[in-house]
Design a binder for this molecule. Sequence first.
Ligand code: URA
Length: 216
Amino acid sequence: MNNDKIHVLTHPLIQHKISLMRDKNAGAKEFRELTSEVALLMTYEATRDLPLKKVQIETPVALAETNVITGRKVALIPILRAGLGMVDGAVSLIPAAKIGHIGICRSSDRDNHINANVDEYYCKLPFDIKERDVIVMDLMLASGNCASAAISKVKETGAMSIKFISVISCPEGINNLRDNHPDVEIYTGALDKGLNDDMYIIPGFGDGGDRIFGTK
Ligand code: URA
């Protein structure tokens, strides 16, 4: 595995908040708030390489030679539905970001067992996404099939600069993205053990969408 493009974010605040999210007794309100806070911190880490340019700004005291962000604007692309929980936190740091949505879910068979296929049911992306730095986000990187399909969809637009953020991940998902999208930088707050037979991350969070939206 090429680890250069995989960033496991060890900031104590991220680690602490993820631990609180793992607790099965955390209710939807708490889980949602923590998701947003972790997304903010992860966005901060994932944007460390935004280019700067020097400008002169007059302070009340003197002329300052100082830095502002330059270059391409940002597009945030949450994968529905759990990725939606990460948007507020990211937007609070990058208020001018445009936001696209990709609705994609894991397919299940007649016995409700999740299989390796994905169903895309919605896609609306900013018209100028090609000119933007794109951050695709999902709460969890499990098999990686949804994330990989979402990134392929973004690439179809011609977008070249793509990062992927997920609060927790596992080796199966990381390997999937590494194989299918070796150009994409991955930022995650935790690399868990792996997937169980129902394709849930162990130990994970359980169903991320249900936990954010209180649907279970
Ligand atoms: N999606 C979830 O909601 N939970 C998992 O553990 C894996 C994927």
